[in-house]
Design a protein around this ligand. Sequence first.
Ligand code: HEC
Ligand code: HEC
Ligand code: HEC
Ligand code: HEC
Ligand code: HEC
Length: 217
Amino acid sequence: MRARVITLVLLVGIGLSLLTLVPRLAELRGAGNNQGYEPVQPIAYSHRLHAGELQIDCQYCHSGAQRSRYAGIPATEVCMNCHSYIKAPRSAVRAEELAAEEEGRVPEKVVSAELTKLYDALALDDNFLPAADREPQPIRWQRIHQLPDFVYFDHRPHVAAGVRCQKCHGPIETMERVRQVESLSMGWCVDCHRDPFGKGGKATDPVASTDCVSCHY
Ligand code: HEC
Ligand code: HEC
Ligand code: HEC
Ligand code: HEC
Ligand code: HEC
């Protein structure tokens, strides 16, 4: 009798804990499943301006995409190819020139507040020379797209097969701040692998591997 009461109590207990656990399990998502994630970055770097308006090629900054697994985030030095000269938006420089002309003075140097963060990271002083009392620090860009460790992904075969960046990352060249557009779920990868070029998936169409070991170690 006593054993049956204990069993009953245990079963009710397990039932109750499952009731509270199951909805939470449904919310659990793989680490890669960060659809919509759009973190604030340490510098308000804009893809809309650089990749959209200025039309800088994606691989000028993400050159890893065609020769390594990772596309890579550019080093601060890549920014300095331009920002050693461009220290503020042209509109701000022009506005200062006009104001100075009107007031009959020499225009002041205009340095944008956002770009000051870049120069601070490089430990440059007011004259853009290495400051003696500080060390350069890497910029701590927040990672956005990230698959779980048990998934193998490599940019190379995709770039080589002619899959455009935007197919997987959305219209990056329109984004002020990068957002993860796709789910990066297994279904998303496999759906494309079955019919990568949208040809309907007939037997003779090119396909990419759907073997488990292609994507899982
Ligand atoms: C002038 C340099 C530059 C160019 C050009 C550029 N990017 Fe970026 N990209 C960055 C920097 C810096 C970051 C990190 C900060 C951020 O997320 O905005 C980044 C981040 C990203 C990320 C998010 C990485 C993550 O953490 O998941 C993606 C995706 C990306 N870029 C794709 C592109 C694509 C596609 C293009 C072309 C349309 C492009 N980028 C052009 C500099 C650049
Ligand atoms: C087939 C889909 C796909 C294509 C095409 C693609 N990416 Fe990615 N990208 C991903 C995935 C998935 C991740 C996350 C990878 C991980 O966590 O290992 C990622 C991560 C990134 C990152 C951050 C991590 C890293 O690899 O450095 C950047 C930057 C990036 N991609 C840029 C680009 C650019 C630029 C292109 C075009 C040249 C491109 N991607 C093409 C799917 C893609
Ligand atoms: C090929 C040249 C080029 C490269 C490389 C480049 N930029 Fe720019 N960037 C520009 C130009 C040009 C402007 C100003 C556009 C204008 O006049 O409005 C600008 C503007 C900016 C601004 C806006 C400043 C403000 O106050 O509005 C920021 C922030 C910025 N860049 C950050 C970066 C970072 C960070 C990198 C490196 C990841 C980078 N840029 C790489 C050309 C470049
Ligand atoms: C938009 C379509 C598309 C998406 C989305 C996509 N892939 Fe691919 N994938 C391809 C194409 C095309 C190839 C190249 C096939 C070839 O060269 O035969 C490829 C090749 C690969 C390869 C090399 C496999 C081999 O046998 O050559 C791996 C690994 C891979 N993809 C992993 C992934 C993972 C993981 C994801 C999801 C995070 C993903 N892919 C999402 C289209 C895609
Ligand atoms: C084209 C790439 C690709 C192939 C092929 C693939 N997977 Fe996955 N798989 C993924 C990705 C990406 C995730 C991570 C999904 C997430 O984070 O939400 C994943 C996740 C998983 C998970 C974790 C549970 C889950 O759904 O998140 C299991 C288990 C799994 N895969 C098993 C398999 C098996 C078994 C096969 C072969 C029949 C296979 N996978 C083939 C890309 C792939």
